[in-house]
Ligand binder design. Structure first.
Ligand SMILES: [Zn+2]
Length: 90
């Protein structure tokens, strides 16, 4: 899972999209913003900007077998929910 990206950085990227990039984002639902290497990764991965219906614009890399884009904030909420459930069971 990607680390949370500063919302100010996400806002700046959205602000700096040109009209063509904004169209791609609208039509495809996501746009590649670059290739980045994270921490101990052996190589870089493409990162995408996309719109989460719940949390607005987010940045992440595609993951899983279907190479889907998951909102880092939605994932964090799910993890917290699971942790709370486990804590209540103890
Ligand atoms: Zn979300």
């Amino acid at each position: 899972m990607a680390e949370k990206i500063d919302p100010n950085i996400t806002s700046k990227i959205v602000y700096n999209l040109n009209i063509y990039e904004k169209m791609i984002l609208r039509i495809k639902g996501s746009i590649k913003i670059g290739e980045f290497q994270h921490g101990s990764w052996s190589g870089s991965l493409p990162f995408y900007l996309f719109d989460c219906p719940e949390h607005g614009y987010q940045i992440n890399y595609a993951s899983g077998y279907g190479l889907k884009l998951h909102c880092p904030m939605c994932l964090q909420e799910r993890i917290s929910m699971i942790e709370n459930t486990i804590a209540q069971m103890a």
